[in-house]
Design a protein around this ligand. Structure first.
Ligand code: GDP
Ligand code: MG
Length: 180
């Protein structure tokens, strides 16, 4: 089967923007599952002849379905981020963990990083599924250099990209399809 790539990260880091950039035809709305992250959006994508499914785990985005906005740092907000990350680790073959170069590392990013690391399994000596750390909104050289700050999340090498302008996504996708 085609590999599944999940986009995770707190609201407003650019998951939907990257999804729209990578997605071909939208395939399906993954409907509400009670008690879990809601309204996941899936599409087929392709890079260098490698096909995969990309999933925007957008349940915590107030913009994607008219759900009430959750205030940053509230118990519900943290809970939704937790569920989104746990679900992605269970279902995905590779996880793209998005962060934001403009804001820098936030407590919610630390929370997501911790959940991802804790829920990875070790298969043949390697953490599974692999997580690639994306530093989005790195629209210029200053932000691209500053992305090194994100090493502190303990997820490995940060990939600075601009989902808006499309820069950096080639290197990211090369390593993404190599991780399948
Ligand atoms: P999501 O909540 O993670 O799905 O984030 P969105 O994709 O909805 O993006 C949130 C905001 O960030 C929007 O205003 C986007 O236009 C903006 N954004 C997304 N990617 C970039 C980027 O690469 N650079 C900049 N400057 N803004 C971006
Ligand atoms: Mg979104």
């Amino acid at each position: 089967r085609k590999p599944i790539v999940a986009l995770v990260g707190r609201p407003n880091v650019g998951k939907s923007t990257l999804f729209n950039r990578l997605a071909g035809e939208p395939l399906a709305i993954v409907d509400d599952t009670p008690g879990t992250t809601r309204d996941r959006l899936m599409a087929e994508a392709e890079w260098n002849g490698r096909y995969f499914f990309i999933v925007d785990t957008g349940g915590i985005d107030p913009s994607t379905g008219g759900k009430e906005a959750l205030s940053v740092g509230s118990a519900d907000y943290i809970q939704q981020i937790r569920q989104q990350a746990e679900l992605a680790i269970r279902e995905a073959d590779v996880v793209l963990f998005l962060t934001d170069a403009i804001t820098g590392v936030t407590p919610a990013d630390q929370e997501v990083a911790q959940i991802l690391r804790r829920n990875q399994k070790i298969i043949e000596g390697k953490p599974h599924p692999p997580v690639l750390l994306v530093v989005n909104k790195a629209d210029n050289q200053t932000f691209r250099s500053g992305a090194a700050e994100f090493y502190e999340l303990g997820i490995g090498e940060p990939y600075p990209i601009s989902a808006l302008h499309g820069t950096g996504t080639g290197d990211l996708l090369d390593d993404l399809v190599a991780a399948f």
